[in-house]
Design a protein around this ligand. Structure first.
Ligand code: NCD
Length: 359
């Protein structure tokens, strides 16, 4: 059974195959339209969503499959204390594939452990958002033909933004050069920086403002401030509005650069850029549908030769509690504690659920 919990679940070859299938589906939908007939996608959304849920539903219905699920966990047995494990076991009997979004890191991994059907992570807390990263890479490749060698600036709340984490790791995997632009206190967390360094051999340039690097960037990827995830130690008033991409900043950017944003935007990306030919954010949200169509059909095994060999992972049992209070293992206590080991230039141990580094 293949799942997409993080992008570590796919090889680069498989990602390229998914992009190929998505491009085919995008240009000639009729060829694939019936592929999910009589199949059901369960959308389990414990956190708010517009694009992710609707584009998954649109993807499934365009393949003639059906959808069921919830967008308000308050109306489900979660309020009675039902665990993710039991919900996963239940939904296995009601659907053929699951997409789950949850406020706790590692939650999609729990679903994947207990469901007997493929599980896709639609965003787990401030950890990862792998399907957004696939959409992002696909959008870059459609405009620029490749990621390798591009200078990719990721700006904003890099600490708590899950889309930023998955995007950075996937850009590095495909040979893009990262520049991180973040206000003090909102820089990329150590677990992402360690992976970039140990697995991809990359130490990103880190600056605080656009002005320092804007003229060097091929891709400018903006993220909103994740206000709902900020701990009380961060002064929201101080960081709110501390970064803004607008026409004045873009005057100094390359004429063929591209502006990206996972959306929703709040006040970090000016509306005055919407008609700039470099703006690619609405294209990005449109590309979410063919990417999710390709993913659903590949994970359900309806398209052969897309998913070949799962990447090898080194997982072992652990007795130590994860240090991340937002990790699912600190909330659902029946879970086995597990760690994953990477062998880069140094041996790195992380929580297998949320990626947090062992202390
Ligand atoms: C992102 C998310 O939910 O992580 N949105 C999305 O899925 N396109 C980004 C965000 O909320 O900032």
């Amino acid at each position: 059974m293949r799942h997409l919990v993080t992008l570590d679940d796919l090889s680069n070859y498989e990602i390229e195959q998914i992009f190929r299938l998505a491009a085919g589906m995008q240009s000639q939908l009729d060829t694939w339209a019936g592929i999910c007939r009589s199949k059901l996608l369960a959308t389990l959304f414990y956190e708010p969503s517009t694009r992710t849920r609707l584009s998954f539903e649109s993807a499934m219905e365009r393949l003639n499959g059906g959808t069921l699920g919830f967008a308000d966990p308050g109306a489900t047995s979660t309020t009675k204390g039902e665990t993710l494990a039991d919900t996963a076991r239940m939904v296995t009997n009601y659907a053929d594939i699951i997409v789950v979004r949850h406020n706790l890191a590692g939650s999609a991994r729990v679903m994947a452990k207990y469901a007997n059907i493929p599980v896709i992570n639609g965003g787990d807390g401030s950890h990862t958002h792998p399907t957004q990263a696939l959409t992002d890479l696909y959008t870059i490749i459609r405009r620029k033909e490749k990621v390798e060698g591009l200078s990719v600036g990721i700006c904003g709340d890099l600490r708590y933004g899950r889309a930023a984490h998955s995007f950075a790791l996937s850009v590095a995997r495909f040979g893009g050069k990262l520049v991180h632009i973040a206000p003090e206190g909102l820089q990329m967390p150590p677990w992402v920086l360690t992976r970039l360094d140990q697995i991809h051999g990359q130490k990103p340039i880190e600056v605080e403002t656009f002005q320092e690097v804007i003229d060097t960037l091929d891709v400018i990827y903006v993220n909103r401030l994740q206000e709902e995830r900020l701990p009380p130690t961060v002064d929201i008033q101080e960081v709110r509005g501390s970064y803004l991409l607008n026409s004045a900043v873009m005057k100094n950017a390359k004429p063929d650069s591209m502006i990206m944003h996972p959306l929703p935007r709040v006040n970090e990306l000016s509306y005055e850029l919407d008609d700039d030919p470099r703006a690619a954010y609405f294209e990005q949200s449109a590309n979410a549908v063919p990417i999710r169509m390709a993913l659903i059909s590949s994970l359900m095994g309806l398209e052969q030769l897309i998913l070949t060999q799962p990447p090898q992972r080194v997982i072992s049992k652990s007795v130590d509690q994860c240090q991340n209070t937002n990790c699912i293992t600190n909330h659902e206590t029946y879970l086995d504690l597990e760690r994953e080991t990477f062998n880069g230039t140094a041996k790195v141990n992380v929580c297998a659920y949320c990626g947090t580094l062992d202390e």
